[in-house]
Design a protein around this ligand. Sequence first.
Ligand code: NAP
Length: 271
Amino acid sequence: VRSPTAATRLFAVLGDPVSHSRSPLFQNAAMRAANIDAVYVALRCDREALPALMRTLAAAGGGGNVTVPHKRVAAEALDRRTAVVERTGACNTFWMRDGELWGDNTDVAGVEAAIRALLASVPRRVLVLGAGGAASAVLAALEAMGVEEVSIVNRTIARAQELRARFADGSLRISIGATVDELDSHPWHLAVNATSLGLREGELPKVGSARFESALDLVYAPGGTAWIRELHGIGIPAADGTEMLLRQGAAAFRQWFGHDPDLDVMRAALR
Ligand code: NAP
């Protein structure tokens, strides 16, 4: 491992809280494997400090990621936004190009890659649990993949309404409900947990009597979340959020350095 020098570029994940972030683990491993002279750290910052911190890191030749609860504020701080930042209203990756602060939302590419890794074909009907920032990235990914029908279930129905309104001008047919059992009951090809239920060990997302053929949990846990372990027990193809985490990180790396990282190196560092 080489020590930082005066030439080393600084990358950071900005959030609050952020000390639990696993991004430094796999981003530093990927940079080392690619022989890039850079370090990646986690910096806690408040909403007021975020725009200046993003601009300063990027102007100094680095860049970074943004996590909870700042992805919306980050989108507003940019000079230039990718199409998915416009679509989701959120930014999780930033860098400087030609003196302008650029941002992307690589959670979208991360979700799409995780779904493609799980399923052989694009699902037509998808159940999305949750209506926060992660759910917005899921909808953008489903739209890009050509999914036809989405049902959004969220405890706070107003947030599900907002999310439906954001995507109303696109190709997705969207229904909403406060519980799964309020929806027309037909089997879904895929169920996605984009709530924070599952962060605490043993906790399960509320799927009611829903029937679905496969599942993606955005929450991740060593050995898989309780929900994913339960689904594997009954033979349903399912994955936790590890693949999405890796793939959003790989897409961010590509924006910073112009080439793909070694995914196997990143995966090993995460283990
Ligand atoms: P967020 O904007 O705060 O949204 C949280 C969502 O969870 C909301 O829909 C909220 O419902 C719901 N929720 C929370 N507690 C609940 C409860 N007790 N019962 C029912 N619903 C509940 O957070 P986010 O940024 O979307 O992130 C959601 C989760 O996705 C995170 O916990 C994280 O683990 C995961 N995530 C993973 C990745 C990855 O790379 N794998 C990336 C991003 C996020 P209300 O609207 O009713 O409050």
